[in-house]
Design a protein around this ligand. Structure first.
Ligand SMILES: [Zn+2]
Length: 117
């Protein structure tokens, strides 16, 4: 299952961080582009089973907050930036078909909430 391996990899990197900085991570905020292929419900569903791979790690109660990101576009004609939920070509500003897609495949850990231990 795709999302379980993503969740497990994410939990691993959180665990490394928490060990290195001696903190307990209580919530991880991630951002997924809508072209990343990530299903947010499946990822949320996979989070708890992923954490079960790391017993007594301090991560047991860590929550996962998933935000889906729209597609950023930049117009190569007028330079304006836009966000859409689908890939578009035509610039709403200048009307030229010169939009360039700049994001959409990303999967990023945006921020974490921590408690000192
Ligand atoms: Zn334009």
């Amino acid at each position: 299952m795709h999302e379980l391996s993503i969740a497990t990899a994410l939990a691993e990197s959180l665990l490394d961080y928490s060990k290195e900085h001696k903190v307990k991570i209580t919530c991880a905020h991630v951002k997924a582009g809508i072209l990343s292929g990530i299903d947010p419900e499946a990822l949320q569903f996979a989070w708890e089973p992923a954490l079960e791979n790391f017993p007594d790690s301090g991560l047991e109660n860590c929550r996962l907050a998933i935000k889906m990101a729209l597609l950023k576009h930049r117009c190569q004609n007028c330079g304006k930036e836009f966000e859409f939920d689908t890939w578009r070509m035509e610039c709403p500003e200048c009307g030229k078909e010169s939009l360039h897609r700049e994001s959409g495949n990303e999967f990023l850990l945006e921020s974490i909430e921590v408690e000192n231990v």
